[in-house]
Design a protein around this ligand. Structure first.
Ligand SMILES: NC(=O)c1ccc[n+]([C@@H]2O[C@H](COP(=O)([O-])OP(=O)(O)OC[C@H]3O[C@@H](n4cnc5c(N)ncnc54)[C@H](OP(=O)(O)O)[C@@H]3O)[C@@H](O)[C@H]2O)c1
Length: 263
């Protein structure tokens, strides 16, 4: 059992969910933010006193394998032996650079000599809630493409289980919601819960890059455009079996996430 967990990027939306999951299991955690990365000594100091580290790289990090390598070096320096890497569903997708970075980072974790677990969550249901709240889900990919959208709170609960429970060292778990859903399915489910129409508007990745994405720096814009193009062709189907086992119950459906977060 981990008595104190360092959650890297612990102030972000994923990190906060992981910390809530740990708190619900009575486990103390500390958020390690960007300021701790100034020097290797600073990072080691931020991790000192912890028994385990939950490794989250900032979204669209330009070099996630190096980021993870540095985190593991600091963990090793202060005697942390238990690590969990927050990856993504389908990490080995060469046309999506940020997924590929996670695939390589997973290899770095598995060959670190530490006691590792890898979690591979699908896209969070929560990503679509701002559009649901506005009444229009605008997406730059096929709104009928299949996703295993997962509740971020379920992800936090599963993260706590792999850190606290027995038998998870050396495991890689895909984390998908209870059924495969499309954006149209989300709009329908949300509309039923809220009692008003939630529309769906489709743009192309190119239109997104010239519009909404125009304010981003070129690299993250191109990486997201590549992600939308992949989603357009394939979605991100992710199964529910590992998450069901970790939670000891069915994962939370989209309608329940909408009800909990928006009513
Ligand atoms: N969104 C999804 O659907 C989804 C699905 C699967 C996996 N993921 C993965 O989950 C991870 C976290 O995503 P998120 O949306 O939760 O992130 P987020 O909310 O943007 O997280 C921001 C966090 O990153 C830290 N941070 C920012 N720049 C940093 C730097 N240069 N060095 C170290 N820490 C830095 C911030 O610390 P400060 O506050 O101190 O600046 C903050 O704690 C990503 O790797 C993403 O790929 C996301």
């Amino acid at each position: 059992m981990s008595a104190r967990v360092a959650v890297l990027a612990g102030s972000g939306k994923t990190g906060q969910a992981v910390r809530r999951g740990l708190a619900a299991r009575g486990v103390d955690s500390v958020a390690v933010g960007s300021a701790a990365w100034a020097t290797p000594a600073d990072l080691a100091a931020a991790l000192r006193g912890c028994d385990a580290a939950y490794l989250i790289a900032p979204n669209l990090h330009p070099d996630e394998p190096d980021h993870v390598r540095r985190a593991l070096a600091a963990a090793r320096e202060v005697g942390i032996e238990r690590v969990v890497h927050h990856s993504v569903a389908a990490p080995y997708v060469p046309v999506m650079p940020h997924h590929l970075g996670k695939a390589v980072a997973e290899h770095v974790v598995r060959t670190s000599g530490l006691a590792w677990t890898v979690l591979q969550p699908c896209a969070y249901t929560q990503n679509l809630l701002p559009g649901v709240a506005d009444g229009v889900l605008r997406v730059a990919y096929d709104p009928d493409a299949p996703f295993g959208l997962v509740d971020l709170d379920d992800v936090g609960e599963a993260a706590a289980e792999v850190l606290v429970g027995d038998g998870h060292v050396g495991s890689t778990y895909e984390l998908g919601g209870p059924t495969l859903v499309s954006v149209h399915d989300v709009a329908r489910a949300a509309g039923d819960v809220l009692g008003r129409e939630v529309a769906v508007e489709r743009t192309t990745p190119e239109e997104w890059a010239a519009g909404e994405g125009a304010g981003l720096d070129e690299r993250p814009r191109e990486w997201l455009r590549a992600m939308f193009a992949y989603y357009d062709d394939h979605g991100l189907p992710t199964g529910a079996v590992p998450l069901t086992a970790l939670l000891g119950r069915a994962p939370t459906p989209v309608a329940d996430v909408v009800r909990r977060e928006l009513t």
